[in-house]
Design a protein around this ligand. Structure first.
Ligand code: ATP
Length: 234
């Protein structure tokens, strides 16, 4: 579904991604793990068209998408749920969700998906008229995920969905990510919480200072001494 080949990305003089290549097959949950500043968010931003690679290629469902604008990539079925939630604080929950579907014209499908989001996140239904800026951190995370789902993506990019959440809520968010995947959406997940990410992912890539240094089945990586020492707290 997604093939990233040898991409190089710079922020001015900073060489943030150094020849990154990886792929995602339809139906998978793939996770990128790595320390702060390794380049995980940069990878997501490059795939979704927010950053342009200086070289390399990105194919999505067989089409080259590197160099295309973000809106064009959303239309092809990719949705990016960014780090830090970024909901529109002065708009209601429902208005935020509707914005997630702004490129769609199928009113009936949009209404079905809104209902689907409310089913999955019942808190959002209860708070549909509340201003998004007054939601709790966990509720804002749910809203950001719900908004991304309103684009009806084939591939969902999730950047640090567990950031700043209490442990119980982290589990709930990860359960929801699994459910979203089981209902047919392929997921690329970036996480600091490597334990949790590896517990739901099929495969994982480890990023260090802009390079992929290790790849494998999530269960295998979770069992490796090297990974345990570096990323799973011993
Ligand atoms: P974290 O887990 O802390 O979010 P990350 O792995 O997602 O980290 P990135 O945000 O992708 O890391 O950052 C990769 C590198 O690029 C870092 O060294 C960071 O300082 C740098 N960087 C990111 N955004 C910019 C920017 N807008 N301008 C300059 N450098 C940047």
């Amino acid at each position: 579904m997604l093939a990233v080949k040898d991409i190089n990305v710079y922020y001015g003089a900073i060489h943030a991604l150094k020849g990154v290549s990886f792929e995602i097959k339809e139906g998978e949950i793939v996770t990128l793990i790595g320390a702060n500043g390794a380049g995980k968010s940069t990878i997501l931003k490059t795939i979704s068209g927010l950053l342009k690679p200086k070289s390399g290629t990105i194919e999505f469902s067989g089409d080259a998408i590197h160099g295309k604008v973000a809106q064009e990539i959303v239309k092809r079925g990719m949705s990016h749920c960014p780090e830090g939630r970024r909901v529109f604080a002065n708009m209601s929950v429902e208005e935020n969700l509707e914005l997630g579907a702004f490129l769609r014209k199928d009113k009936k499908g949009i209404a079905e998906d809104l209902e689907g989001v409310y089913k999955r996140f019942s808190r959002l239904r209860e708070r549909s008229k509340q201003m998004a800026g007054t939601l709790s951190g966990g509720e804002q995370q749910m809203l950001a995920m719900g908004r991304a789902l309103m684009a009806r993506p084939k591939l969902l990019l999730l950047d640090e969905p567990s950031m700043g959440l209490a442990p119980l809520l982290v589990r709930e968010i990860f359960n929801i990510v699994e459910e979203i995947n089981q209902s047919g959406t392929t997921v690329l997940l970036v996480e600091q919480n490597a334990n949790m990410a590896l517990s739901i992912a099929h495969r994982a890539y480890v990023i260090e200072t802009g390079k992929i240094v290790l790849a494998g089945a999530a269960q295998e990586l979770a069992a490796s001494d090297e990974i345990k020492k570096a990323y799973l707290g011993g």
